[in-house]
Write a protein that binds this ligand. Structure first.
Ligand SMILES: C[C@@](CO)(OP(=O)(O)O)[C@H](O)COP(=O)(O)OP(=O)(O)OC[C@H]1O[C@@H](n2ccc(N)nc2=O)[C@H](O)[C@@H]1O
Ligand SMILES: Nc1ncnc2c1ncn2[C@@H]1O[C@H](COP(=O)(O)OP(=O)(O)O)[C@@H](O)[C@H]1O
Length: 300
């Protein structure tokens, strides 16, 4: 095989409950991930060296050295296999960069699946999941896809049943936010208010809404503990969220660490209307309609 192409989805967090800061610098979470139909493609081609090229909008914001998560994934897989392998990786980017939609994690997951195939390793998904967890807290979910509860750092996953498709609009901002900075701001806000940080628990109402495919209820059950921190770092998000609510979204939330905002729609037509209205409202760089859930990293 001389070339393998893998398609990997973005995610939105329908519940992101952040527990106390751990000694290792991470937070214990209840992180309910939901994979949506905005996809990066990772192509792996035979090569002597490990290299990466990135195509698409904002490709210039993605590192091309060892800081690229897809490169790190290829190297980690080769190490796991105990051999030296080369690969030319080409990333076709559609997921916003540093947007809270796990684009880098998607590319890492894509590189794991693509290189496993290209190099003929035949490693099972469980092995890829273990390597994924060392690359980043969100990478295992990019492999798994669907809808799942992540505990620990977010890397320990349990699938969640859903009763139908959900339709979303994503308002993409100009520029990104650093995940570590947003968690840090969350800690500072909690310290300043003296808030007692509770152990995170899964929202049963949210699980019920997901299981029933009930968008109306899901819209009222969305949770993101990082939202106040993201809004404090990017004040304009208040207006973006308000605009979506005023335009009839069933729910409005910052996606993960932001700054992308996610709006829940009634159906596909409503999502298209909402995307057009948000684009016209001047509250984001771009509004994209998408649906979930969709599968994780898969060869196309
Ligand atoms: C917030 C979330 C929500 O899904 O993603 P994004 O919205 O940024 O995509 C995740 O928790 C991000 O996961 P990921 O982007 O993989 O984070 P990592 O590379 O593992 O960690 C980056 C940094 O985020 C902070 N971090 C991450 C996960 C976690 N459970 N607690 C943390 O405090 C730490 O400061 C860490 O150094
Ligand atoms: N393949 C990649 N795609 C996007 N960003 C990457 C990639 N590899 C490394 N990065 C770095 O990771 C940072 C976070 O990117 P990303 O995963 O898109 O955002 P988020 O963590 O908000 O979901 C970027 O600012 C970039 O420096």
């Amino acid at each position: 095989m001389s070339s393998v192409t893998v398609r990997v989805p973005a995610k939105v967090n329908v519940q992101l409950s952040v527990g106390p800061l751990r000694d290792d610098g991470y937070h214990d979470l209840v992180n309910v991930f939901h994979a949506v139909s905005i996809f990066d493609e990772v192509v792996a081609r035979e090569s002597e060296l490990v290299t990466v090229r990135v195509e698409g909008e904002h490709a210039d914001q993605v590192p091309l050295d060892d800081g690229n998560l897809a490169i790190q994934a290829a190297r980690a897989l080769a190490k796991h296999a105990g051999r030296t392998y080369g690969v030319e990786l080409i990333i076709r980017k559609a997921i916003p960069v540093a947007g809270g939609m796990a684009g880098g994690s998607a590319d890492a997951a894509g590189a794991l699946v693509a290189c496993n195939e290209l190099w003929g390793l035949g490693l099972p998904r469980e092995d890829l999941m273990e390597i994924a967890a060392d690359l980043g807290s969100d990478v295992p979910f990019s492999l798994l896809g669907g809808t799942a509860v992540g505990t620990g750092r977010g890397e320990q996953l349990t699938g969640v049943p859903t009763g139908g498709d959900f339709h979303w609009v994503f308002a993409v901002a100009d520029g990104g936010l650093s995940t570590a900075t947003v968690y840090g701001q969350c800690d500072r806000l909690r310290e300043a208010t003296g808030e007692q940080v509770a152990w995170p628990r899964v929202n049963d109402g949210l699980l019920a809404a997901l299981a029933a495919g009930d968008a109306e209820r899901l819209g009222t059950e969305l949770v993101n503990d990082l939202q106040p921190a993201a809004v404090m770092l990017r004040r304009s998000l208040t207006r973006t969220l308000e605009a979506g609510r005023e335009l009839g979204a069933l729910g409005a939330i910052v996606s993960g660490s932001g700054p992308t905002c996610a709006f829940l729609a009634r159906d596909a037509d409503h999502a298209r209307e909402l995307a057009a209205a948000l684009s016209g409202a001047g509250v984001c760089r771009l509004a994209v309609a998408a649906h979930g859930e969709v599968p994780g990293a898969e060869i196309v």
